[in-house]
Design a protein around this ligand. Structure first.
Ligand SMILES: [Zn+2]
Length: 419
């Protein structure tokens, strides 16, 4: 009798968690008008949750041997908790767009900018010359928050781009533009994350190119630091191709750092002082006159810092920021020129040139067709892999390590094994 009661209570609790999630989705749906882009994605998310719950429950009952140490109730709780984690992200995007919020106009404008950047880059990538397939049709949705870039799961779901609150500050037009110009860089990340293999291919080829040319240990060390910046350099180069001088100008202001940290890198981004040299180099290829002017300004702006030491190397080696800059620009040139299999043997330089010359727009809401997220076909293993999403340490999902240990490891999904 006691066992039955326990089971009943447990089932009720889990049902209530799940019901609560669906109720919340419906509450927010009621706050956004039908026919809008955000309403479309909210409907898709709801359908997706129903589908996911059905599928995973079914897969648990059909293959119990895959999860010998897990009760069905634990399994269901985990699914609801992962779905809730995803919902929290989308929910804040919806909240900022609900009826009566002061941000509607700003977000409409930011969505339009993100849409223009995203669809321009996507259409060039899908052209015959680059022949890249499988990039989500959904333009990103922008929300105000900390700098971040996140995907919801399912390939057709939109990614979410966070822009600083300054982007909605009508009292400071200049600051607003600076905040807005973070979007082209984030669009670069959003797109290249979907072209599996490109960052690795690029790193491999640049590494191979450098192997024959490195003359000293010091040069080798500088190059190895720069290779860790490749993904961010790629996003910076993309941002410049998408928004040209406006992007380069705003970045050169955003990256002005306090005196004490001027020569320091976090390991993944080029030193802020040097990032602008990447923008300037790219701008000079795309629009020589404007690029030259920008670079002359940049030299003046950085003159008193460029001979200072680069502080993110072991103390025994003295390297100036100018030395790092020279190596950085050599590598940027290689990144620009290197033919890539993932781009149908074309180069990133050709891609950026084409993107810069393409000015067509496709405003959010004006497109006749809004992509359906679709259901995830295939095996339950795939579903779980996608449900969990990229297993990055910064993942905001609740209970992620538990989920990975409990569900993915028994399936042998590599993402849980510490990559
Ligand atoms: Zn970035």
């Amino acid at each position: 009798m006691r066992t039955v009661d326990r089971e009943m209570i447990l089932t009720q609790r889990i049902e209530s968690e799940q019901q609560g999630l669906f109720n919340d989705i419906n509450l927010w749906k009621a706050c956004i008008p039908p026919g809008t882009v955000i309403r479309h994605h909210t409907d898709q998310f709801e359908q997706f949750c129903y589908w996911m719950v059905d599928q995973l429950e079914g897969s648990f009952s059909h293959k119990p041997a895959l999860w010998p140490n897990l009760d069905q109730s634990t399994f269901k709780t985990l699914i609801v908790s992962v779905l809730s984690g995803k919902w929290i992200l989308l929910r804040q995007v919806i909240q900022q767009r609900s009826s009566g919020t002061p941000y509607l106009k700003t977000l409409e404008e930011l969505d339009g900018f993100a849409d223009n950047c995203y669809q321009r880059l996507r259409s060039v990538l899908q052209s015959k010359e680059f022949a890249v397939k499988g990039i989500s049709e959904s333009s990103p949705l922008v929300y105000l928050g900390p700098i971040a870039r996140l995907f919801l799961f399912d390939e057709e779901a939109p990614c979410l781009i966070s822009a600083p609150f300054g982007a909605a500050n009508d009292k400071d037009e200049h600051g607003k533009e600076l905040s807005r110009q973070t979007i082209p860089h984030e669009v670069g990340h959003a797109i290249f994350e979907q072209i599996s293999g490109l960052p690795n291919e690029l790193k491999f080829k640049i590494n191979a190119n450098l192997a024959g040319t490195t003359t000293s240990k010091k040069q080798g060390l500088i190059q190895s630091v720069i290779l860790n910046w490749l993904e961010e350099m790629l996003a910076d180069m993309t941002g410049t191709a998408l928004a040209g001088r406006a992007f380069a100008e705003s970045a050169s202001q955003i990256t002005i750092m306090p005196e004490k940290i001027v020569g320091i890198t976090d390991g993944y981004h080029p030193i802020p002082l040097l990032r602008s040299f990447v923008h300037g180099w790219v701008l000079e290829q795309l629009d020589p006159e404007s690029g030259l002017e920008f670079n002359q300004q940049l030299i003046k702006l950085t003159a008193s810092y460029i001979d200072r030491p680069f502080e993110s190397l072991p103390a025994v080696i003295t390297v100036t920021m100018k030395e790092v800059k020279d190596e950085l620009l050599k590598i940027v040139e290689q990144v620009w020129n290197c033919p890539l299999d993932t781009l149908h043997d074309s180069s990133l330089g050709a891609l950026f040139q084409a993107v810069f010359n393409t000015r067509q727009t496709s405003l959010v809401g004006q497109r006749e067709h809004l992509p359906v997220w679709g259901s995830l076909s295939g095996k339950s293993e795939d579903v779980i892999f996608r449900l969990v999403g990229p297993g990055k340490p910064s993942s905001p999902l609740p209970g992620l390590p538990l989920y990975l240990d409990a569900v993915c490891c028994p399936l042998g999904i590599p993402i849980c094994c510490g990559q």
